[in-house]
Design a binder for this molecule. Structure first.
Ligand SMILES: *Cc1c(COP(=O)(O)O)cnc(C)c1O
Length: 380
């Protein structure tokens, strides 16, 4: 699905030098590399504060802790996402409120969010799923209207731009009150272990969060709030510093591969290619930059998706099903509050979606082989 080795070969010299420098420096935790990466990411994202942490799941949890959400507060998020999003809501004893998604862009459905808002709702967590910016204008408008926090789960969307109605472009993760991301190796900006970060433009919130990631300490050995231990280590920061300057090129390579996939599938019955909600229509363009294709996800509408998975596997083509089970049907998150009729889209998507190999090193020959194999299967 990803070619981390090929990508590493291209930046090996710089990564190896930087990592060796950290080893020599012995500043393994909170060293200068971490601080430098933080500054560089702030600049790249155009956000006032980046707070690095141990992984993307912690980033979400810490964002929610920083906002002071309390047990029983309702937090609305998408039924169709990776479990980490709902996991931290439940872990903090907040009340997850899962809602359906949009069948075209796979992101949280705005009408469903509206319907789910109650006097106990405190936050909305949009996920920029598969690398496509969610409809942030509508989400921010709803949040302002109902006095809610917006926490962007940007684990799959780093580098994506969101173009607002007024034409301003903002990086995803820097639009809501707080954003989070993951540097898991296969993410668009991945390190060589675990890593994550929290973003905000709010000075007070940034201060609170800096304490939370460090055992609730603002002054050494004074623990003012209950915190956690969540740090990005210096070696990972050094790797991320070597990779960040390439992020736009990496994302362009992904978009380029996506464009070729979409061209090959054009007009093939039974295959729905990924699109965004933006005015440009087909987001496999460089005009809007709103999609960074963490995944290239098709909907297979008139063949058996699971048989296609098997067919691709037999042809040595990796593929993934993100995600095979709606969160509201997972044992850990099932709840009698939920009504099946409210999850029609997610229930359908879990049967139809398939993600094809997507990374920075895909070449034309690979894309041709993959697309031919898929088309042969659905056309048979
Ligand atoms: C990867 C991911 C996370 C969690 O990130 P980790 O670094 O693996 O903890 C959270 N949300 C989404 C949508 C993800 O894809």
């Amino acid at each position: 699905m990803v070619d981390l080795k090929g990508q590493y070969e291209h930046i090996k010299e710089q990564v190896d030098t930087s990592v060796l420098q950290v080893l020599e420096s012995t500043a393994y935790i909170n060293g200068p590399e971490v601080h430098a990466f933080q500054k560089e990411l702030e600049e790249y994202l155009g956000v006032k504060h980046v707070i690095p942490c141990a992984n993307g799941t912690d980033a979400l949890q810490i964002a929610m802790m920083g906002l002071g959400l309390q047990p029983g507060d309702e937090v609305i998020t998408a039924d169709f996402t990776f479990a980490a999003t709902v996991e931290v809501i439940a872990l903090l004893q907040l009340t997850p409120v899962l809602v359906d998604v949009d069948p075209v862009n796979f992101n949280i459905d705005i009408e469903a969010v509206k319907k789910a808002i109650t006097p106990r709702t405190k936050a909305i967590v949009p996920v920029h799923l598969f690398g496509l910016a969610a409809n942030m204008d509508a989400i921010m408008e709803l949040a302002n209207e109902h006095d809610l926090y917006v926490i962007e789960d940007n684990a799959q969307g780093i580098g994506a731009n969101y173009t607002s109605k007024d034409g301003t472009k903002t990086k995803t993760g820097a639009i809501g009150h707080v954003g989070s991301t993951s540097f898991f190796p296969s993410k668009n900006l991945g390190c060589y272990g675990d890593g994550g970060a929290i973003f905000t433009n709010d000075d007070d919130l940034a201060h609170t969060i800096r304490g939370i990631v460090n055992h609730g300490m603002y002054v050494r050995y004074h623990h003012d709030v209950v915190g956690v231990n969540s740090r990005l280590d210096s070696i990972q920061a050094a790797i991320l510093r070597a990779k960040l300057p390439h992020l736009d090129t990496y994302n362009a390579a992904r978009r380029n591969a996506a464009r070729k996939y979409t061209q090959a599938f054009a007009g093939i019955e039974g295959i729905i290619t990924p699109k965004g909600f933006c005015d440009v229509g087909n987001c496999v363009c460089d005009v809007c930059d709103c999609h960074v294709f963490h995944q290239y996800t098709l909907r297979i509408t008139n063949a058996d998706r699971d048989e296609l998975v098997q067919h691709l596997n037999e042809n040595n083509i990796p593929c993934g099903v993100y995600y095979p089970i709606p969160l509201h049907l997972q044992k850990a998150y099932a709840d009698e509050r939920y009504n099946e009729a409210d999850f029609a889209v997610t229930n359908q998507l879990v049967k139809e979606v398939i993600s094809l190999p997507m990374h920075t090193e895909l070449d034309d020959e690979q894309i041709a082989f993959i697309t031919e194999t898929v088309i042969n299967f659905v056309s048979k």
